[in-house]
Design a protein around this ligand. Sequence first.
Ligand code: FRU
Length: 321
Amino acid sequence: MKRMVCLAGLVAGWMVAGCGKPVEQAAPATPAAPRAAKATYTIGMSQCNLGEPWRVQMNADIKAAAEPHPELKVVFKDAQNDTLRQRAHVEEFVSAGVDLIIISPKEAQPLTEPVAKAYQSGIPVIVLDRAVLGDQYTCFIAADNRKIGKAAGEWIKQALGGKGKVVELKGLMTSTPGQDRHAGFLEGIAGSGIEVVFEADMKWLEPDARKEMESALARFDAIDLVYAHNDPGAHGAYLAAKAAGRDSSIRFVGIDALPQEGVAYVAQGILAASFQYPTGGQEAIATALQILKGEPVPKQIVLGSRLFTKASVAAGGEDLP
Ligand code: FRU
């Protein structure tokens, strides 16, 4: 995502992100706390794991956005997909007295308390991609997962001509993107003849998706399409189908659309579609700079998304309306 212009302070204002696409600012702005100017600011970044390319990209986006600002020092911590470790990381940032925390939490409920405590101690907290519960944080930045799930459901409905047998491989259902991508999908296929014959929580992980798909293939002779909540999940399902000699009769749809991952899979014909889920790394740093300058920021920043299919991949995909 490219440069972002913030019209912060407007209760029903708008933000402009990336491709010039307007992005809605849903909630009232957080009042700016007066902050003493400092020569350098330390930002603690708590990443839930670095096992997936999308998260490596998020950290790279944060690093690249912070680099032109010598006054920013970003300290990265990797929780290695362990919620307790991530809680401890947030607490360590608070004890170290960092100036601001960015967190991409593994799960909503268990990370809510440490985030709220940090926020209440006066440290601004930007929550990125996966949400926490309540409103005890400074700003939440993510694309609209419910909208993406719904668009995926509608696209699948159309691709299958209104009926067919689908496998849904869900992201970790204790994380908000998993919940929202599922709810949105059901909304998208509502009233159609699409039947979800098999669903499983593959926890965002390719090996888990592959295993779950092996079970689905063993149980069902007829599977038309796999909807996976992320591209590693869709790819894992593809590998299972390929090993069973059934990849050419099943279509695979995923979410993330990293250029080197989902977009490449679409270009290679492995995935039928991938919906972009931007990392928000650049927006997190832009927002952090505003907060550190004492400027007001919106409570929520909603990022746009794009759809990549065989038909649109060469042209760089298409905007999700
Ligand atoms: C990476 C990831 C992405 C997904 C996002 C949702 O950990 O699983 O693939 O889009 O998290 O939070």
